[in-house]
Design a protein around this ligand. Structure first.
Ligand code: ATP
Ligand code: MG
Length: 445
């Protein structure tokens, strides 16, 4: 078997060889090659120590990415290649970090410490594929299987538990029986994992193509990280507009939206407040008043606990909060939304609503029609450069100060009134007219 390697990888292997070392491709990129997908990034492993790697590549750009873990990044012809010294790891007494990193000359030991058979293969242009644990066959059969005893491997590093689900979601593979059983049995260990490592894997899981099946089947595991998921399972909405329980609805909606992290997180949380806000009317129909706000509160709490980045938290919370607000297909109303959320976030809100509505009972086709009408009107507002924010106004703060309005909050207040007037089409957005209006506003006070 021969892989088509980029020139820079061949060159890196050749440079190591000339220095007396052996370099292999390893991990995800070997898996990608076997699956016929071109790898996006390349990891290598070598018998050279990090200092030796740096010396071999002294004529090139080298970044000391994680010297303590044995990793050096080499930039060759624009491609960045992570080169890590072969390692074996001793016990993980805290279930989070290997107690010590031990370098080894031995590629076999390095492969044995890796998580799943499909990730535990190496490739060398002249030695071919090194597959000690049947990874190639498992890829062929689309199976995720731990290297060695699953129980021991999940106890060593519990991150592997969520990585197993992440790969099931992204690759659409099945978990091998013993791996699956051990994954469920050891789920509580996830509590000990550093949240930064956890959230990276969780985000990848949410962006996988097979996310629906993985969350449905793995809800007890993911519930260790986000317990509110457990309340959503089988929660009957008792409402004719909904043909699914809360969890199933959420997962159908998840698959209706693009695999972009903040959008997928938004959908995961959007109805999480429903169990808490559930009421029934005289006819037994279920209602969830204010669930958007409760969902927003849960999203903020959980995303903060996961130490997600501030931008994602703010986008997700805004989208969750407004996901259920009615939209009116009028330019005035759309301009207010655009001003409140900014254009990209309003577009996201439309995508969230579309995914949400498409996962409800199909008894209200007009809901999607309204969304379409809103989209058309918005396109018109944008293409005609219509004014919807302060910066679109024909006057700015300096103009107002120039006419004698005191610098400070008063300037903002008057600009806001002018914007309202323009959006409501009571006055035109021209310099003269806005200045005249500003003058009258100034005189009032
Ligand atoms: P992706 O294509 O998503 O990057 P990947 O397989 O490259 O997938 P990484 O997280 O980049 O995943 O890890 C690189 C390799 O390191 C894996 O293929 C695996 O061999 C090994 N690895 C990563 N995390 C662990 C872990 N927690 N335990 C054991 N081996 C691991
Ligand atoms: Mg990788």
């Amino acid at each position: 078997m021969k892989f088509q390697l980029p020139d820079s990888i061949q060159k890196a292997i050749e440079i190591l060889r000339r220095c007396g070392f052996c370099g292999y491709l390893v991990g995800g990129c070997v898996r990608d090659y076997l699956m016929g997908t071109p790898p996006l990034d390349f990891d290598m492993t070598t018998d050279a120590t990090p200092a030796e790697v740096m010396n071999c590549f002294r004529d090139y750009r080298v970044i000391e990415t994680g010297i303590a873990h044995g990793t050096v990044t080499v930039i060759l012809e624009g491609l960045s290649i992570e080169i890590t010294t072969h390692r074996t790891e001793t016990s993980y007494s805290d279930k989070r970090h290997p107690d010590a990193v031990i370098f080894t000359k031995n590629i076999e030991d390095d492969l044995a410490r890796r998580d799943f058979t499909m990730n535990a293969m190496a490739y060398h242009p002249s030695q071919g594929l090194i597959d000690l644990f049947g990874g190639e066959k498992d890829i062929e059969n689309q199976v995720i299987r731990c290297v060695g005893d699953p129980n021991r491997r999940f106890n060593e590093d519990a991150l592997r538990i969520i990585r197993g689900l992440r790969f099931a979601s992204v690759l659409g593979f099945e978990l091998e029986k013993n791996t699956r059983m051990a994954l469920f049995e050891n789920r509580e260990l996830l509590k000990a994992i550093s949240v930064e490592r956890l959230s990276t894997e969780f985000t990848k899981l949410l962006c996988g193509e097979n996310v629906k099946a993985v969350v449905i089947n793995g809800v007890t595991v993911l519930g260790v990280i986000i317990p509110e998921l457990l309340l959503m399972e089988d929660f009957d909405q008792m409402n004719p507009h909904h043909c699914h329980d809360v969890l199933t609805h959420t997962l159908v909606a998840l698959e209706n939206i693009k695999p972009i992290p903040h959008l997928r997180w938004t959908i995961l949380f959007h109805d999480m407040g429903k169990p808490e806000t559930f009421t029934q009317d005289d006819r037994g129909i279920g209602h969830f008043r204010g669930h958007g706000q409760v969902s927003e509160r849960i999203a903020r709490m959980r995303l903060n606990a996961l130490k997600m980045d501030k931008t994602t938290i703010s986008q997700v919370c805004t989208l969750v909060k407004y996901h259920d607000y009615p939209l009116e297909p009028s330019k005035k109303s759309i301009k207010r939304w655009l001003n409140r959320l900014s254009r990209p976030l309003f577009l996201d809100l439309l995508a969230v609503k579309q995914a949400d509505i498409s996962a409800q009972a199909p008894d209200h086709p007009e809901r999607l029609e309204i969304l379409e009408a809103v989209q058309c009107l918005m396109a018109e507002i944008i293409s005609q450069n219509e004014c919807f924010s302060r910066k679109d106004l024909a006057v700015n703060g300096r103009d107002l100060i120039g006419m004698g309005i005191k610098d400070g909050p008063e300037v903002g207040r008057i600009l806001e009134v002018l914007l309202e007037e323009v959006i409501d089409e009571r006055i035109e957005n021209t310099w003269e007219i806005l200045m005249e209006k500003a003058r009258s506003l100034k005189n009032v006070n």
